[in-house]
Structures are given as structure tokens and as C-alpha cells.
Design a protein around this ligand. Structure first.
Ligand code: SF4
Length: 510
């Protein structure tokens, strides 16, 4: 059966041999045995990330959709933070009065865990439909109701007969996968089972081919973690070579998501994020795809554009455009280069973003001296070798960790770092050590394309010139861990299992 037919989305450990724990080097990760990587584990873990976070983050971007989190109240708590971010996204989209995303919890308590939560789920869906009158309702089932055996599908079928609102669902139990990125698949799984084909108006027909006078139309799959400025930059790049763009499905209305089934090509922005939806559009609607580069940095932007252009015979136009834009981008960053040259950068983010941003920094003359990624899968493998190759074979430590700040801080204490580039929650740890930090992503800023290249250079130069706030912070904030921990190997608690091994990993506290 294909992914679409699966009732429960498989964990990414199974689907793409993804891994959550690795401590080694950039050269080493490509040589690792995939089975060992997939089975690696930590004997001590300080943090974690449930797949519910990205699932809820994506589903709450859908306008006029209510999300029912079936489970204990804590499972939906990330919805509060997500709503703040959604407000900002809407602001950038010229919609300052956008309402909060609607999410409710069935709030299972001890008695429900004993007697079952199906009644509560039914009641909640009906109440959401009555109170909010959304255009769609999506139910995501979390750990507790799955463990006690609630019949999610049974409740959905029963309630569907009582309401007119399309009712979608997806299983999202955190205990089934350690790979939080599975949450992207879970959200796409819910969307494609109702937003596109099980619509009451019937399934949209496959597109019948483009007339010669029509401009090609490309789906660009956006992420909840791509800001509007970056969407505009991608639109600008593709429009400039004669290609029209549909950006979705995040923040897309139901009609817009349906229109994605009529495009000529689907293009990913981040392969890790997009592969489920790309595969769906290809399998169900025959839409070819490009699933490779993220257009961050000059080389990746060039490859991204050329791959798309090649599909429509527009290489000449793309090549001419790229040459013009690259020349302009290089000229615009010239004034920053003396300050950036030779600086040593450590990156921390989702794997693909961290890797391609490493390439951008190298183009600006920095050296990559460390990288921490929130998980690893095969989409990133070749990039580690590429980064090492681009700096004359200089290898660097790689930490694959669902956060685990104790490993990060240990590494930062041992490596000579001039700049730390991470998400804000990572930057707090580096700032505490007094390191200059820049955010690797903010929805207000440009990161992709040529505008992104310039903006990152400017931001980096500014922070390298003056990072006295972090310097002062480190003087007044005590160290996060005891000195003994820094004397240990940062990867002390990571263990790889051969498939036949059954022993438990070393268990200890730092
Ligand atoms: S791991 Fe399970 S219980 Fe915990 S937040 Fe995720 S879905 Fe909820």
C-alpha cells in the first residue's frame, strides 16, 4: 500500500531510515551503517520533541479550519505558541485582523482513560462545529486514546453522518516515532484525505496539459517555517524566468490547495518537509517534481532555479537571470567580506536548513566548525561531504540531537567558535557563553535567494562588529552545567545498536 492508503502514517525511522542520535563528524555520517544510525539511542536525554508540534504548526495555518486534539490537555499546549507565530505570519500577509487558529482539546482525564474517550471526542467535534462553524474540522489522535484503544475511525464515521462540515483525521501519537519530522507527514496525510479528493464536490480532474501560449505553473511547497519575504523572493525568481507560482499548502484555502493538483510541476523548498506531499501530487495527479535543493546561498539557488527551468526548456532565460542576480548579489556583499573572512561558524537547526546555510556562509568566506541538526535522514547525507569538500577537506563535529542542550554546550566549550547561527532557542545557550549569535530563521527576514544572501551577510557583519550584549550576559549568568560535564565526551550517552543487540543503553544522568 502507498502512503496515502496507510491509516497511520509510518514513522520516518521506517520510511526514510531517519536517525535521532549521532555524535561524530561530517565525514563520518555518510559512512555510517544506516541500520545502526536508525537504531541509535541516548542513555540520557534532557529534552525531546513530539511530532505533534509540527503537525499542529502546519494545520493551524489552514484558514477557517478547527483542529481537535484528542488526548490529554498537555498535548495541545504548543498551540498557544503556534498561534502567536500564526498572527505574525498573517500580519506579514497583510491580514492584521486574522483570527487565532482554532484548536481545542478533548482534555482526557483519568476517568476517561479508564472508561474510554470516544464519547468525549464525539461531543467535542459536535460542539466545535456548533460553536465555531469552521469550513473543515481536523481531528488528530494523540498517545492516550490510542493506548486505551479509542476507535477514532468509528467516531469519525458516526459524526460525519451528523454534520455537513468536512471531517478529516490523522493519527499523531508521539510514542510511535522519535522523529518529530514525521509530524509533517501526519499533517499532509490529514490534508490530502479531505482537502483535495474527498471533497463533496468530487475529485478534481487531472490537468489535461498546458496550451503553448500558457505560462507554466509551478507548485512551491511552503513551510510554516518560511516567512512571507522568502515566499515573495521565490515568486520573484520564478516569475522572472516566465513561470507562474502557486504557493501552498500552508496558509492556503481549500480552493488553493485543490488548485495545486492542476500545476505542471511541484518544487520543494525543503525535501525533508515536502516529500510526502510531493509524492502524493505525483502519484495521484501525475505531476512531476523537483525534490532536491533549498534555494539558500548562491549555488543552491542556482541549482534550484536551473532544475525548474530545465523542465520547461527555459535554461537560457534562467542562466541569464542567474548571472545578473549573482553579479549584483556578490557586489552588494563586498563591503562585508573583510569582516567575515575566515570566521568560524557553528550552525544549529533542522538538518536541511543548517546544511544549506552552511554553504551560504562558506560562500561568504566563513569556515564551518560544527553543526547540530534536530534529526538526520538521507536527504542531507551528500551535503555533509560537500561542505567538507568546499573547505579543503576540513572536517567538523556533527551532533544529531532532538535539542539536548547539554551536548551542544559541551561542544561549544571545546570548539573555537566566532559565530553561532541557530534558532532563537539554540542561540540562548550560545549567548550565555558570550558567543555572537544570529538567528538562522525569522519570519520577517529574507533567507532564500539573492535577497537572502545579502541579508544574511549584512546581519552577520553587524553582529560580529558588536555583540557586547552576549559578552555581558556571559559575565553575569552562571554556567549551565557542572565543570565535570565539560571534561566528558559530548557524545558520551549516544549508543548505536546493531540490529541483533538487545541490551539497554547506558543509563546515567549528567
Ligand atoms: S508524546 Fe504523546 S502524550 Fe506527549 S505530547 Fe506527544 S502526543 Fe501528547
Amino acid at each position: 500500500m502507498g502512503l496515502k492508503e496507510d491509516k497511520v502514517v509510518p514513522g520516518r525511522e521506517e520510511r526514510v531510515a531517519a536517525c535521532m542520535a549521532y555524535g561524530g563528524s561530517a565525514c563520518g555520517i555518510g559512512r555510517e551503517n544506516k541500520v545502526c544510525l536508525k537504531n541509535s539511542e541516548r542513555g540520557f536525554s534532557q529534552a525531546g520533541l513530539c511530532q505533534l508540534l509540527p503537525t499542529l504548526g502546519m494545520l493551524l495555518t489552514l484558514p477557517e479550519t478547527a483542529v481537535v486534539v484528542h488526548g490529554a490537555i498537555g498535548c495541545g499546549s504548543t498551540g498557544f505558541g503556534t498561534n502567536v507565530s500564526m498572527k505574525l505570519h498573517h500580519l506579514l500577509r497583510g491580514n492584521p485582523n486574522a483570527k487565532d487558529g482554532i484548536w481545542v482539546s478533548t482534555n482526557l482525564e483519568e476517568a476517561d482513560v479508564v472508561h474510554g474517550g470516544e464519547g468525549r471526542l464525539e461531543e467535542t467535534i459536535l460542539e466545535v462545529d456548533r460553536r465555531f462553524a469552521p469550513k473543515s474540522i481536523i481531528v488528530i489522535q494523540t498517545c492516550a486514546p490510542s493506548i486505551i484503544g479509542d476507535d477514532l475511525e468509528g467516531v469519525i464515521e458516526k459524526v460525519r453522518a451528523q454534520i455537513d462540515t468536512p471531517l478529516l483525521y490523522s493519527h499523531c501519537e508521539g510514542f510511535k516515532t522519535k522523529i518529530w519530522a514525521t509530524g509533517y507527514d501526519v499533517a499532509f496525510h490529514a490534508m490530502v484525505h479531505g482537502f483535495i479528493e474527498k471533497d463533496r464536490e468530487g475529485r478534481p480532474p487531472r490537468k489535461e496539459g498546458r496550451k503553448p501560449e500558457e505560462r507554466p505553473v509551478v507548485n512551491v511547497i511552503n513551510l510554516a517555517s518560511v516567512g512571507r519575504p522568502d515566499e515573495q523572493e521565490m515568486e520573484r525568481l520564478l516569475n522572472a524566468i516566465g513561470i507562474d507560482v502557486i504557493i501552498g499548502p500552508n496558509f492556503g484555502s481549500r480552493e488553493k490547495i485543490r488548485s495545486m493538483t492542476q500545476a505542471d510541476l511541484t518544487v520543494s523548498v525543503c525535501p525533508t518537509h515536502d516529500d510526502y506531499f510531493v509524492d502524493y501530487l505525483h502519484t495521484e495527479y501525475g505531476i512531476p517534481f523537483v525534490l532536491k535543493d533549498m534555494p539558500i546561498g548562491l549555488e543552491n539557488t542556482r541549482n534550484w532555479l536551473l532544475d525548474i527551468a530545465r523542465h520547461f526548456g527555459l535554461e537560457k532565460e534562467a542562466q541569464a537571470f542567474i548571472e545578473r542576480e549573482e553579479a549584483q548579489a556578490k557586489k552588494s556583499v563586498e563591503k562585508f567580506l573583510p569582516l567575515l573572512k575566515g570566521k568560524r561558524v557553528f550552525l544549529s537547526a533542522g538538518e536541511f536548513r543548517a546544511l544549506v546555510t552552511a554553504g551560504l556562509f562558506q560562500e561568504l568566506g566563513l569556515e564551518v566548525v560544527g553543526l547540530r541538526s534536530y534529526h538526520h535522514d538521507d536527504f542531507g547525507t551528500e551535503y555533509y561531504g560537500k561542505i567538507v569538500g568546499a573547505q579543503g577537506g576540513k572536517d567538523f563535529p556533527v551532533d544529531i540531537a532532538n535539542f539536548q542542550p547539554f551536548e551542544l554546550v559541551n561542544l561549544l566549550k571545546k570548539i573555537d567558535v566566532d559565530l553561532f547561527a541557530g534558532h532563537i532557542w539554540d542561540n540562548a545557550w550560545a549567548a550565555r557563553l558570550g558567543l555572537p549569535t544570529i538567528t538562522i530563521f525569522r519570519i520577517f527576514d529574507y533567507y532564500v535567494g539573492y535577497r537572502g544572501f545579502y541579508e544574511v551577510a549584512k546581519k552577520t557583519a553587524r553582529i560580529l562588529r558588536n555583540h557586547s550584549f552576549n559578552t555581558n550576559l556571559s559575565r553575569h549568568v552562571p554556567g549551565a552545567y557542572r565543570q565535570e560535564w565539560y571534561e566528558e565526551n559530548a557524545f558520551k550517552y549516544i549508543k548505536s545498536f546493531q540490529p541483533e543487540e538487545t541490551s539497554e543503553p547506558e543509563s546515567a544522568a549528567a
